[in-house]
Design a protein around this ligand. Structure first.
Ligand SMILES: [Fe+2]
Length: 243
């Protein structure tokens, strides 16, 4: 993929504006992921470079897609440890908020998390479950809400205090600090039953977020979901990272 100087400049502005916030607000796993991927501050990365560092760690790969892909395809990719990745760069007038993914959201927001073995297991396991269930009328909404309040907007209690790991927060200059510090946001302990029943809206900052204690909890939550929907004929996944 060839990028213009303007696109490299947009990436640089985004990276420079987010880096100090990541230091203050991101979970250590995310910061370590940025380091492991050696994301460049001054130019848009090529997926081949990112994947050369990522794949040996967890088997995940970022695969290029033109934009939104159908849900079944998206979840199938996750199951197989492929993350559908948009490679276009947002316009300069969309630096802070973007209604659809771009490479900064996907590569700088999501992919650093895929360097962690437990998170990677949880995401892949979620993909397998979601691929089977997303079309079910009763369950599809629960699947979407789970993804939203964890992968996109999740918070985590760490030994450095409350931090964020959700990619929607990691790629938003305005919302990351807001999510952690604004008195307008309710930060609730992660309860699966609450998470899958909490509606979300995509066009404004989130007023209710959920806090996990670690990525093992996320993995177990996927298994809980699986068990909850066991009447639909699903079994339990084995946790690869701990074996
Ligand atoms: Fe995303």
């Amino acid at each position: 993929m060839v990028y213009t100087q303007q696109e490299h400049a947009t990436w640089r502005k985004l990276y420079e504006s987010m880096l100090p916030q990541w230091d203050r607000c991101a979970t250590p796993v995310f910061l370590s992921g940025v380091h492991k991927l050696a994301l460049a501050p001054d130019h848009v990365p090529q997926l081949s470079e990112v994947n050369a560092r990522l794949a040996p760690l967890t088997g995940f790969q970022a695969v290029e897609v033109p934009g939104y892909v159908p849900a079944v395809e998206f979840f199938s990719h996750l199951k197989s440890r492929r993350f559908p990745t948009v490679t276009s760069v947002r316009r300069e007038d969309q630096l802070d908020y973007l209604p659809e993914p771009d490479i900064f959201h996907d590569v700088a927001g999501h992919v650093p998390m895929h360097t962690d073995p437990v998170f990677a297991d949880a995401l892949s396991s979620f993909g397998a479950l979601a691929e089977e269930l997303h079309n079910d009328e009763q369950v599809g909404g629960a699947i979407a809400r789970f993804f939203w309040f964890t992968i996109e907007f999740g918070l985590m209690e760490t030994d450095k205090g409350l931090r964020a790991y959700g990619s929607g927060l990691m790629s938003s200059f305005g919302e990351l600090e807001y999510a952690l510090h604004s008195p307008e946001v309710a930060r609730c302990p992660f309860q699966l039953s609450q998470v899958i029943e909490t509606p979300f809206e995509i066009d404004h900052f989130q007023k209710r977020l959920f806090v996990i204690e670690g990525f093992d909890q996320l993995y177990e939550a996927v298994n809980e979901l699986r068990i909850q929907f066991a009447p639909l004929g699903l079994g339990q996944e084995k946790h690869q990272a701990s074996t």
